[in-house]
Design a protein around this ligand. Structure first.
Ligand code: NAD
Ligand code: ZN
Length: 368
């Protein structure tokens, strides 16, 4: 990239012009990075449900025209990097706390479409700005990001596999291992068996859970789920009773831990109410509709149930992500089983269709 220092790069990007309309591959201008920014050549990206929500913009603030995408792998000069939708400035109270990854400066902001330093976009078409998405905009051959949101990783790690660690898989895995923290032999419920939920199940398996109950409205998910340690499956549609009651009956009063990975408020409430009183912990991971309200009886909390939530599985992107990549390199974590489809960049809309139909887990989008 040395010959392009300080220059505008022209490249292809998939632009979301309007809510819910297929992305259009356009030639865009990508401005040079400013202070504390880097320009990344994206090699592989994939699609997470969060992209779909902000593309549909049914329950989220519409911000268009915009370049979506946040799960990816790329290179800066010769470094291999994973872009992350939430950052780590390493200076603020959150970055200095062992307990938080909610960086004051660089935490996720889904409504901002510009760079922090000057409030401007680095993308344009014929001079007209195209907005950014969660500081990443990886559906582009080149993107500009704040350095604090870029994790430098082992250059030997294959980017076509570890790109899925830049959001979904780390989020699910960390939500179990870092937040829910099930004890060996415990019972864990996972709501939503997409890539995020199955990574949460994988975390429960690694933690030594003896029963992992998968909950999904789509029964096709069960076949996949067996490869991720899920031992039992509940489809709420098969029962007249609320699913939390079904689970309480199956488990003699409730599960020890539950992790919600659907983004639907009813599933969030069920995930909380299905944990055992006295010690149960529920973790919310799904991104809710912007007007959603969580409602439950305070008695459910008084009787010693804990409700938590997490972004990016509580991993600090720059400090912790390299070690998650090493888990893959050491074969402690399998990523291939999450990758069910692959398309060239020109066919990116196929990845959207697959996710909308609930088919497969992750679809890798090859930029070259
Ligand atoms: P996905 O679409 O692949 O999977 C979601 C699954 O949930 C589907 O199988 C669907 O059938 C199921 N589902 C939907 N409503 C349900 C309900 N009421 N009860 C049971 N199951 C239900 O999505 P994904 O990419 O795995 O993402 C899952 C969620 O995690 C999304 O909300 C996404 O935005 C969110 N997410 C959050 C973070 C974070 O840091 N907190 C990071 C990544 C993704
Ligand atoms: Zn910080």
């Amino acid at each position: 990239m040395s010959s392009t220092i300080g220059q505008v790069i022209r490249c292809k990007a998939a632009v979301a012009w309007e809510a819910g309309k297929p992305l259009v591959i356009e030639e865009v201008e990508v401005a040079p990075p400013q202070k504390e920014e880097v320009r990344i050549k994206i090699l592989f990206t994939s699609l997470c449900h969060t992209d779909i929500y902000f593309w549909e913009a049914k329950g989220q603030t519409p911000v268009f025209p915009r370049i979506l995408g946040h799960e990816a792998g790329g290179i800066v000069e010769s470094d291999h990097v994973l872009p992350v939708f939430t950052g780590e400035c390493k200076e603020c109270a959150h970055c200095k706390s062992e307990e938080s990854n909610m960086c004051d400066l660089l935490r996720i902001n889904t409504d901002r479409g510009v760079m922090l330093s000057d409030g401007k976009s680095r993308f344009s078409i014929n001079g007209k700005p195209i907005l950014h998405f969660v500081g990443t905009s990886t559906f582009s051959e080149y993107t500009v990001m704040h350095v604090g949101c870029v994790a430098k990783i082992n250059p030997l790690a294959p980017l076509d596999k570890v790109c899925v660690l830049s959001c979904g898989i780390s989020t699910g895995l960390g939500s179990t291992l870092n937040v829910a923290k099930p004890k060996k032999g415990s019972t864990v419920a996972v709501f939503g068996l997409g890539a995020v939920g199955l990574a949460a199940a994988e975390g429960a398996r690694i933690a030594g859970a003896s029963r992992i109950i998968g909950v999904d409205l789509n029964s096709n998910r069960f076949e996949y789920s067996k490869n991720f340690g899920v031992t039992e499956f509940v489809n709420p549609k098969d029962h007249k009773k609320p699913v939390q009651e079904v689970i309480a009956e199956m488990t003699n009063g409730g599960v020890d831990r539950s992790i919600e990975c659907t983004g639907h408020i009813d599933a969030m409430i069920s995930a909380f109410e299905c944990v055992h009183d006295g010690w149960g912990v529920a973790v919310l991971v799904g991104v809710p509709h912007k007007d959603a309200v969580f409602k439950t009886s305070p008695m459910n909390l008084l009787s010693e149930r804990t409700l938590k939530g997490s972004f990016f599985g509580n991993y600090k992107p720059r400090s912790d992500l390299p070690s998650v990549v090493e888990k893959y390199m050491n074969k402690e974590l399998e990523l291939e089983k999450f990758i069910t489809h692959e398309v060239p960049f020109a066919e990116i809309n196929k990845a959207f269709d697959l996710m909308l139909k609930g088919e497969g887990l992750r679809c890798i989008i090859r930029m070259e």
